[in-house]
Design a binder for this molecule. Structure first.
Ligand SMILES: [Zn+2]
Length: 203
């Protein structure tokens, strides 16, 4: 029989390989770290996972993390219902929130269209979005999705799906990253930065 790792180590690696973005080599490195590192504290890892599983749910309205039916953002009556910002993932909400520019409401789709991975409109929270628009009647829906192929396809799909509701659909602007120069920007970014140009001082 060819030499292989002990079953217990193989099982540990197999479990880490289930995590998103972790390949076989990374899974082995993490498994080794768990076994060898004094900082790994396996009981704490296990209890953090159990605690989050037990305590956390997704807000029934916006899809952000919540410890009850609705999250603090949705329960905050000081927020405006006029603008609804659509994001891919619940982890997209805080970075946008921290800009301090937006005081409206959010809606996380829980992913983006990706037919190759078996993710179609039914796997995303699109029906919930349309229902919310019907109930909350925002005047603007802002699409804040990624600009990769799947993100673009999702934005396009949403714009078409939302057209019959009559809501004004916008998308966040694209352009150069802060601290980045024209010289190093790729063609697509430059094209969009030019196409989305604004009056000096107003952006
Ligand atoms: Zn919420």
């Amino acid at each position: 029989m060819p030499l292989d790792y002990p079953d217990s180590f193989r099982e540990l690696v197999r479990q880490f390989r289930r995590l998103p973005g972790i390949g076989p080599r990374s899974a082995e490195r993490i498994a080794l770290w768990v076994l060898r590192s004094r900082d790994a504290k396996p009981e704490q890892l296990v209890s953090a996972i159990s605690w989050a599983h037990e305590k956390l749910t997704m807000c029934r309205l916006c899809g952000f993390f919540a410890e009850q039916e609705e999250c603090p953002l949705c329960l905050d009556e000081g927020r405006s219902g006029r603008e609804l910002c659509v994001v891919e993932s619940p982890t997209d909400i805080l970075p946008l929130e921290r800009t301090g520019v937006f005081r409206g409401r959010y809606h996380s789709l829980g992913g983006k269209l990706s037919p190759l991975d078996g993710i179609g409109p039914e796997q995303l929270r699109i029906a919930e979005l349309i229902e919310r628009i019907g109930e909350e009647r925002p005047s603007e829906v802002i699409l804040a999705l990624g600009v990769d192929v799947e993100g673009e396809a999702t934005s396009h799909y949403l714009a078409e799906m939302l057209a019959p509701t009559g809501v004004h659909v916008t998308r966040i602007a694209q352009g150069l990253p802060a601290g980045g120069g024209v010289e190093h920007a790729d063609q697509i970014t430059l094209h969009r930065a030019l196409a989305n140009r604004g009056v000096y001082g107003q952006r």
